[in-house]
Design a protein around this ligand. Structure first.
Ligand code: 4AZ
Length: 276
């Protein structure tokens, strides 16, 4: 099995790149039932904390340079996945990406609506383990503050929203079929928080990663069908109005027996308070 990083949208682009910038290629779609897989179009105005991470220099302008998702947790603070900041994703070391932007308020990536904000600082979780995928988050500081109304509350340890069976939604501009069909507009899929045991059994340890309940949350559908996918990484998993996860990894998209794995936000809160 390939390491998870190979399955990110960004990596697919970099691997397929003859030049630094290229349009999104669309290989033949996989089974259409695996469809944000199983999702529906939503308005970013109804989930304004959902933002796109973008670099036109690295990923071209067709979809505003979008390559990952992010979440606004404070007026100048966005969370994303640590793996989105890796050279394997960006094609060059992070320090050489001069036009890293957070895009808020833009439903359709082919338009110029909303705001593009420069990223002033990137802090990658010092406890991030690229081999197991544990602690997969990074904290971005924006050069301008967003409105308070764009922020979402984070769920701390013991929050009821983590209870298995809780309904949740995942948001992103990623692949909607598992076949490289990247969305132009924001989508959301309704998923269920699953017991840690489900992911511990699905992901006991492989090149994909190792499920670790301390820093990860398991969510999806036992039958498959609704899930996050390539290009959604770093985006929000929301339950009961609170942020509980960030799209992180999984084996494929929307397949029965292979739920989505998310960065556990209560662990993000713990680590952030430690390093603040
Ligand atoms: C990825 O490659 C990815 N089905 C994101 C989420 C999931 C799988 C892969 C979960 O970015």
């Amino acid at each position: 099995m390939r390491p998870p990083i190979v399955r990110t949208l960004a990596q697919a682009l970099v691997l397929g790149a003859a030049a630094a910038v290229l349009p999104l290629a669309s290989p033949a779609p996989a089974a259409a039932d695996s469809v944000v897989i199983g999702g529906r179009p939503v308005r970013v105005a109804d989930s304004p904390w959902t933002v796109a991470l973008a670099s036109r220099d690295r990923f071209g302008g067709t979809r505003s340079g979008q390559f990952c998702g992010g979440v606004v947790i404070a007026r100048s603070t966005v969370l994303t996945a640590a793996h989105c900041m890796r050279e394997e994703v960006l094609g060059v070391p992070l320090g050489r990406v001069r036009d890293l932007k957070v895009i808020s308020g833009r439903d359709d990536l082919a338009t110029n609506t909303g705001n593009e904000i420069s990223v002033r600082r990137v802090r990658i979780n010092p406890e991030y383990d690229a081999y197991t995928n544990a602690g997969d988050f990074a904290v971005l500081t924006l050069s301008e503050a967003l409105p308070e109304a764009y922020t979402i509350r984070t769920a701390g340890a013991g929050d009821a929203a983590y209870e298995p069976g809780t309904g949740a939604a995942v948001y992103g501009w990623g692949d909607t079929t598992g076949g490289g069909d990247y969305a132009r507009t924001l989508h959301a899929a309704d998923v269920t928080v699953l017991a840690d045991k489900v992911c511990e059994e699905a992901y006991p340890g492989s090149a994909d990663g190792t499920y670790t309940s301390a820093s990860m949350v398991c969510a999806g559908e036992l039958k498959g069908g609704r899930d996050a996918c390539q290009g959604d990484s770093g985006g929000p998993l929301v339950a009961q109005g609170r942020l509980i996860g960030l799209v992180s990894w999984g084996d494929g998209c929307g397949q029965a027996g292979s739920p989505g794995v998310y960065t556990r936000i209560s662990d993000v809160v713990r680590v952030m308070s430690r390093y603040a």
